[in-house]
Design a binder for this molecule. Structure first.
Ligand code: NAD
Ligand code: 0WE
Length: 261
């Protein structure tokens, strides 16, 4: 019997079968979890429908996390299928393309800074707020971060500042949601993976090779590995873990190659 048997999860952020959200949904489904998926817009619906089929789900709902109205509609539609549920996965980030290439101070603009924070950090709080009335005791929320939250990584720019906000958000949400219903809130911080969000990034191939070479395991991570860790963190096996950021990065974050001796 899987370690998520009897649980229900809403997964936000599937765009294709390469998405980290898909690695998470698939791993959770393999552990016996019932899954509901959302898609951002009509362009992505077909691909998300296919993913839903694979994880045996018939709940596919449109959700644009930049709109409170869209978020609220998502949960009223979800209520037509489920009275209550256990897990929310947030695997969403966005910054305008112009913000992710060049000198941070030169390229960053006020409105695009706000947009990146709105979609990449606030939306996790917004989902929690809307989900809260339907969330079961001992439920779990999970988001996906990146090392750029704590290190200044070239070109990651405002996304790094937004991920720092997201990781602080995890701690404040954990503090707010733990006491009453025992809801846990965690993040996984994934190493670089070639997804749709990564495909637009200049020299991403070089970054992947550098990350593998600079890691303890000398390789990149997969969406399955991130998915398995996420499934664990959202399960009762992780009942003592909340407010944490867990690195799924082949050990890149702590590893130092040292000089050639
Ligand atoms: P992806 O393109 O597959 O997923 C990004 C998702 O964000 C898409 O499903 C997209 O529809 C969604 N999204 C963007 N704006 C939205 C909005 N307004 N409303 C609803 N959905 C919206 O790429 P991914 O790499 O799987 O990204 C998922 C998460 O993983 C992101 O938070 C990203 O920062 C994080 N992450 C990615 C990597 C990587 O190297 N790929 C590494 C660490 C963390
Ligand atoms: O979080 C991310 C990327 C998120 C992302 C990607 C895009 C591309 C398309 C957010 N917004 C957009 N906007 C677009 O228009 N990652 C962790 C992957 C990533 O992106 C980088 C990285 C890494 C790693 C950008 C620069 C440097 C490293």
């Amino acid at each position: 019997m899987g370690f998520l048997t009897g649980k229900r999860a809403l997964v936000v952020g599937v765009a294709s079968n390469r998405s980290i959200a898909w690695g998470i949904a698939e791993s959770m489904a393999k552990q016996g979890c019932e899954i509901a998926l959302t898609y951002q817009n009509e362009k992505l619906k077909k691909r998300v429908d296919k993913c839903a089929e694979v994880c045996n789900s018939n709940i596919v709902i449109q959700c644009d996390v930049s709109s409170d109205d869209s978020i609220n509609k998502t949960f009223s539609e979800l209520k037509q299928h489920w009275d209550n549920f256990d897990i929310v996965v947030h695997s969403v980030a966005f910054a305008h393309r112009s913000q992710l290439d060049g000198n941070y101070v030169e390229v960053t603009e006020r409105e695009k800074f706000a947009q990146a924070h709105d979609i990449s950090s606030y939306s996790f709080t917004a989902l929690a707020k809307s989900a809260s009335p339907m969330l079961n005791e001992n439920g779990a929320l999970l988001t996906v971060s990146y090392l750029g939250a704590i290190r200044a990584i070239p070109n990651y720019n405002v996304m790094g500042v937004a991920k720092a906000s997201l990781e602080a958000n995890v701690r404040y949400m954990a503090a707010a949601m733990g006491p009453e219903k025992g809801i846990r809130v965690n993040a996984v911080s994934a190493g670089p993976i070639k997804t749709l969000a990564a495909s637009g990034i200049k020299d991403f191939g070089k970054l992947l090779d550098y990350a593998a070479d600079s890691s303890a395991l000398k390789r990149n991570v997969t969406i399955e590995e991130v998915g398995n860790a996420a499934a664990f963190l959202c399960s009762d096996l992780a009942s003592g873990i909340t407010g944490e950021v867990t690195y799924i990065d082949s050990g890149y974050n702590f590893y130092d190659k040292g000089p050639d001796l």
